[in-house]
Design a protein around this ligand. Sequence first.
Ligand SMILES: NC(=O)c1ccc[n+]([C@@H]2O[C@H](COP(=O)([O-])OP(=O)(O)OC[C@H]3O[C@@H](n4cnc5c(N)ncnc54)[C@H](OP(=O)(O)O)[C@@H]3O)[C@@H](O)[C@H]2O)c1
Length: 343
Amino acid sequence: MAFRVAVVGATGAVGREILKTLYERNFPISEVAAVASGRSAGGQVSFGDERILTVKNLEKFDFAGWDFALFSPGAAVSAVHAPRAAASGCVVIDNTSQFRMDPDVPLVVPEVNPEAIAKFGKRNIIANPNCSTIQMVVALKPLHDRFRIKRVVVATYQSVSGAGKEGMDELLANTKVHYVHDKNPPQVFQKDIAFNVIPQIDMFMDDGSTKEEWKMAVETRKILDPNIAVIATCVRVPVFIGHAEAVHVEFENPVTVNEARAALRGAPGVIVHDNRVDGGYITPAESQGEDAVYVSRIRKDSTVPHGLAMWIVSDNLRKGAALNAVQIAEYMVAKNMLAKKAA
Ligand SMILES: NC(=O)c1ccc[n+]([C@@H]2O[C@H](COP(=O)([O-])OP(=O)(O)OC[C@H]3O[C@@H](n4cnc5c(N)ncnc54)[C@H](OP(=O)(O)O)[C@@H]3O)[C@@H](O)[C@H]2O)c1
């Protein structure tokens, strides 16, 4: 069986990675469409080494007869067009924040809560979590299963590609002007991102948190366990691709570093790279283009009764977005879920 797949937001950082991931993983495709705004309609994007797709305009795109639509055009656009696609029978897997906390929409990381996918039928939409949440819950899941997590304190170091292609352009442009002793006024970020770090991702909430920090807390609870307390500080750093997180976890039960390492080593999607020597850990630049969530710097946190500290790194465009979405589609194909829906 092969499927008709539309990629919406195909000219963006996530959309291009979705096309790449579908091709590399040999997803069973009979037809693929690249869809974006009227601005880029008629332009071209590549699908694999040999195929060029002509970009179609979302406003005019008819989703009837398409099996999957993998959306990443931004929340406001998904709000309008994802329900339209879903109503025409196409299963939507949405990368934006628009539907994540909708109780009728499953929020899924296949290594963590694949069983939630079965509830997709209410709205015909499945939400992909935020990139920082995805990599954290992949690593926390095996530890929660064995030792029960009570509380997580996390500081993120998030790359500029988390803000899309314009974020990457701004880092490059602002870095260049620094070398000629000039400055570019920031447009995508709140302050100059070159040679700097910015403790704000997304808008401020009433309690002083940013929306990115709120997302990490509420999404972790929806995916993993509603009883886990999470406090996050989300920071933008001048790295092109790859997010890092310093994560401090308090458990209900005793846990040793060796037990945690063993639990993580057997977990799907996780690679433990933790050598206590110079350079014996993974950095964001090294995660670029890789599928795994890397866990390094695992050590005891003796400031709480049962605590661990660790360093979690992954490619935000890949596991943090495109790969996770494609894995959801692969799971639905493997479980024959589209056929059941048609029946
Ligand atoms: N970057 C990440 O790490 C990441 C991770 C998880 C989730 N996400 C989410 O994914 C979404 C896209 O992120 P991105 O990084 O790929 O952004 P991006 O590089 O700016 O790309 C945005 C894409 O959306 C399209 N688009 C914008 N307005 C549109 C409209 N009115 N109609 C149709 N298409 C439209 C753009 O097409 P044009 O070329 O025609 O403008 C482009 O293809 C965001 O909601 C983001 O929060 C991003």
